[in-house]
Design a protein around this ligand. Structure first.
Ligand code: UDP
Ligand code: MG
Length: 330
């Protein structure tokens, strides 16, 4: 496994392991966390009353710069099941999720969800019920996302269409709100990919899975931490992570370009032999510009993959844990 020992969690002690870990990445979410806790806790305590064998809520503070650590410390005072893992720097949603999975102690399984209440805690019992019927992975799929912006919905639709065209198996409208059985979590943690996009990697593993529908709620407070640039980065990671088709596409482009150019060359030679001058410079310019663009495009595609190979070879951790409230004691 390529993740260095610095981020390797201590082996969970079976005696202390709760049945369920809820992993929540949070970056600058001080405004929503109190409301989030107030809604999640009754749901989990309700499950406890119904016989759930213990739970922990593991909030991964992804290097927040607002009052998130203070708010979490305050919430922890009267919620013993709340555990906070703080990352040294803002490492991104996917890295924060990975950190949470690596540290989760649950023997049964892990639910991952956002901190902003866009993933309603009330869906959790339905996820667990579906898991109880023998599914290793249960995706919460957004049946109604009218609260999301037009841009968000459009880009999301384009993203999933592209992923499926490239051979990915991600269920439609499933984000990172899902239940994963302990076996699935352990399998994911074994994968050496540095930039794994969990919502695409997990379906590839082929575990028994099902979906549970829900209506996406509006962000309860604060602003999205996913501006367009971050969405683009996630898409690039997803595409290069799950398919080498763009590389092949680049070769096809190159081949097509070469074919076109040779036809043009032939035309110029024939014109020359017949004593006709090649008319105008427009065509020349068009060819130069066209071929130049194609080359840049293909180089760009290559660059994306070479860059990822490089990052993978460096074997740097995608996140570093600064503290874990579990190790500090209550
Ligand atoms: N998040 C994170 N690190 C980041 C960006 C986001 O941990 O660098 C968390 C964020 O706090 C939230 C979840 O990832 O719990 C989803 O982010 P957000 O709600 O901003 O994304 P959106 O719902 O707008 O796609
Ligand atoms: Mg959100």
């Amino acid at each position: 496994m390529s993740v260095p020992p610095t981020v390797e969690p201590p082996a969970p002690s079976p005696a202390l392991s709760p049945a369920l870990s809820v992993v929540v990445p949070a970056f600058d979410e001080a405004e929503v966390l109190p409301a989030f806790a107030a809604r999640l806790r009754p749901v989990l305590d309700g499950l406890l009353a119904e016989g759930l064998g213990g739970y922990e809520v593991l909030v991964v503070d992804d290097g927040s710069t607002d009052a998130t650590p203070v708010v979490l410390a305050r919430l922890r005072r009267d919620w013993p099941q709340l555990r906070v893992v703080r990352l040294r720097a803002n490492s991104g949603h996917q890295a924060a999720l990975s950190a949470g999975l690596a540290r989760a102690r649950a023997r049964g399984g892990v639910v991952t969800m956002d901190a902003d209440l866009q993933d309603p805690p009330e869906v959790l019992p339905r996820l667990l019920a579906a898991a109880g019927r023998g599914h290793d992975v249960v995706y919460a799929v957004r049946e109604d996302r009218s609260v999301d912006s037009r841009l968000k919905r459009l880009t999301a639709a384009a993203f999933y269409r592209l992923v499926r065209t490239l051979g990915g198996r991600a269920p439609e409208q499933a984000g990172d709100f899902r239940f994963t059985h302990r076996t699935v979590v352990d399998t994911v943690l074994q994968l050496p990919e540095a930039h794994r996009v969990l919502r695409l990697v997990i379906p590839e593993l082929g575990f028994a899975s099902t979906t549970v529908g829900y209506a996406r709620e509006a962000r309860s407070a604060g602003r999205t931490k996913y501006p367009l640039t971050r969405m683009l980065r996630l898409s690039l990671d997803a595409i290069t992570g799950s398919s080498t088709a763009p590389l092949r596409l680049a070769s096809f482009f190159g081949l097509g370009g070469a074919l076109l150019t040779s036809l043009l060359l032939l035309y110029a030679l024939v014109s020359f032999a017949l004593g006709q001058t090649v008319p105008g410079w427009t065509s020349t310019l068009a060819v130069v510009a066209g071929v130049g663009t194609l080359q840049l495009l293909c180089l760009g595609v290559l660059g994306e993959y070479v860059g990822r190979l490089y990052v993978q070879l460096q074997q740097r951790p995608t996140y570093l844990v600064a503290s874990d409230s579990l190790e500090e004691g209550p």
